[in-house]
Design a protein around this ligand. Structure first.
Ligand code: HEC
Length: 108
């Protein structure tokens, strides 16, 4: 009987740990951000610039959060955000590389 009680207590603790870890993962997914670890072609110029410039104010948005048609406009809007914030601004070439990268891996 005592073993059963101990086993039950262990189960409850384990379930708590698993649940809280899963809860945190769900929150990350919920706000649409991705971690650097899951970025495709992580060594490419586009990925490096995306990490450098687009994570300055919020988490890196999931690449499939926009279609190839939507990404260029979304980035233009962010340029306005960056301009009014004093954060690090990508130059035109860097901007093109970021947009090309996002479009290539966008939602299909
Ligand atoms: C100066 C801070 C800043 C930087 C740097 C920045 N953003 Fe944002 N971003 C914001 C703010 C503020 C919002 C929420 C308000 C809005 O949508 O404008 C946002 C929202 C977003 C959204 C969600 C809204 C939408 O249009 O889907 C996406 C996607 C996004 N940013 C992508 C990017 C990308 C890509 C870059 C890099 C080119 C970037 N951001 C860089 C400030 C920034």
């Amino acid at each position: 009987m005592r073993y059963l009680a101990i086993a039950a207590a262990v189960m409850v603790i384990l379930a708590g740990v698993i649940f809280s870890t899963a809860g945190k993962k769900m929150m990350q997914a919920g706000d649409g951000a991705v971690t650097e670890a899951v970025l495709p072609q992580p060594g490419s110029a586009g990925a490096v610039l995306y990490k450098q410039y687009c994570g300055q104010c919020h988490g890196l948005p999931a690449l499939d959060s926009h279609t190839p048609e939507e990404w260029p406009r979304a980035v233009e809007r962010m340029i306005t955000n960056i301009a009014s914030s004093g954060k690090q601004m990508p130059n035109d070439d860097e901007r093109d590389l970021i947009v090309t990268y996002l479009v290539r891996h966008a939602k299909q």
